[in-house]
Design a protein around this ligand. Structure first.
Ligand SMILES: Cc1ncc(COP(=O)(O)O)c(C=O)c1O
Length: 344
């Protein structure tokens, strides 16, 4: 049966040139700083993001956690979105592991935090309060429909952070999707951030890994945090090799994923009983609502699954579909065809 798996962009398998690069990679012990392929990936990533240095980590979750641990001490407070991945989906690792106190601000539908609300959440100097240290932003914003945060917004938050002596961390799991969607260079988008974590293993197609970028002192602390979390990976060049190919070959093609996501959204908008505004789809993530008496989102997903068109039910009445390297425009049309059959 034909399989069109739209559950996530993390489903991407390494490309033939990644597998070749992995087989050919020069390796060493990365905990000694001697894996030339990891060193090359870290240099490339730092340069792309416009930062001094970088460290290769196992995952987006580890990238965010080592960043928070490197910026904050126990009892410090971070300001982050109520719908942010870091707050929602990372087991509260900052509090559990780092003793870092999360202060949430409501995410706007476009993934931003209202600048006035960030400012209102910053603690004054008072013996009762924790110390605010860090603002955490997410670009693109996963739970807010893959919306990209633009340079003007980053500058507005940068002004506040500077004014209050705070740092900014960007969970840039999909920051390359944001840069491609906005038509800007990724270093421009990262310019206001003191640290950025981005994923190689989502739309960029590498099998494993994320990279955290920042200044040298920060990366030294992030590398120490990585080690205590068990993230010292020895001959990790075998993975970093795929990451180098991802940065060289997989960034520009993200525009195809975005076009396919829009194609899917336009098709879904025409179907009875589904609700979606295609004009809001800017990157690879598509959320839509099922508004039918006779069928829940879970039931629809189960039926689609049986026809090989796979999506994720998320929350009551909502479904998520994500386009990626293995999804063509023809696959999108197939998924739409299957859905329309069940909605008739
Ligand atoms: C915005 C965002 N940040 C972080 C992560 C965590 O990445 P990982 O699954 O590699 O830990 C994800 C994963 O989907 C994500 O969407």
């Amino acid at each position: 049966m034909r399989q069109v798996d739209l559950r996530s962009d993390t489903l991407t398998r390494p490309t033939p040139s990644m597998l070749q690069a992995m087989a050919d990679a020069q390796l060493g012990d990365d905990v000694f700083g001697e894996d030339p392929t990891v060193n090359k990936l870290e240099e490339m990533a730092a340069e792309r993001l416009g930062k001094e240095a970088a460290v290769f980590v196992t995952s987006g979750t580890m990238g965010n956690l080592v960043s928070l641990l490197a910026h904050c001490g126990r009892g410090d407070e971070i300001i982050l979105g109520s719908l942010s991945h870091t707050f929602f989906f990372e087991q509260g690792g900052s509090a559990a592991v780092g003793g870092i106190h999360p202060r949430t601000v409501a995410n706007q539908p476009d993934g931003t935090l209202a600048v006035s609300e960030i400012e209102a959440a910053i603690r004054s100097d008072n013996i009762h309060f924790p110390l605010t240290r860090l603002i955490v932003l997410e670009n693109t914003h996963n739970l807010c429909g893959g919306y990209p945060l633009d340079i003007a917004y980053m500058q507005a938050v940068g002004d506040i952070a500077r004014g209050h002596n705070l740092k900014i961390h960007v969970d840039g799991a999909r920051i390359f999707n944001a840069a491609v969607a906005l038509g800007v260079k990724v270093d421009q988008l990262a310019a206001e951030a003191d640290s950025v974590s981005f994923c190689l293993s989502k739309g960029l197609g590498a099998p494993v890994g994320s990279v955290v970028c920042g200044n040298r002192d920060f990366i030294y602390r992030a590398r120490r945090a990585r080690k205590v979390l068990g993230g010292g990976m020895r001959q990790a060049g075998v993975l970093a090799a795929a990451g180098i190919v991802a940065l060289n070959e997989m960034v520009d093609r993200l525009a195809e994923d975005h076009a396919n996501a829009r194609r899917l959204a336009v098709g879904l908008a025409e179907m009875p009983g589904l609700s979606i505004d295609p004009s809001l789809i800017k990157t690879d993530i598509v959320y839509f609502e099922v508004k039918r008496e006779d069928m829940s989102a879970e039931q629809l997903v189960k039926r689609l699954d049986e026809q090989g068109a796979r999506m994720l039910p998320v929350g009551p009445g909502q479904i998520r579909a994500v386009t990626h390297y293995h999804i063509s425009s023809d696959d999108v049309d197939y998924a739409l065809e299957v859905i329309s059959k069940f909605l008739k």
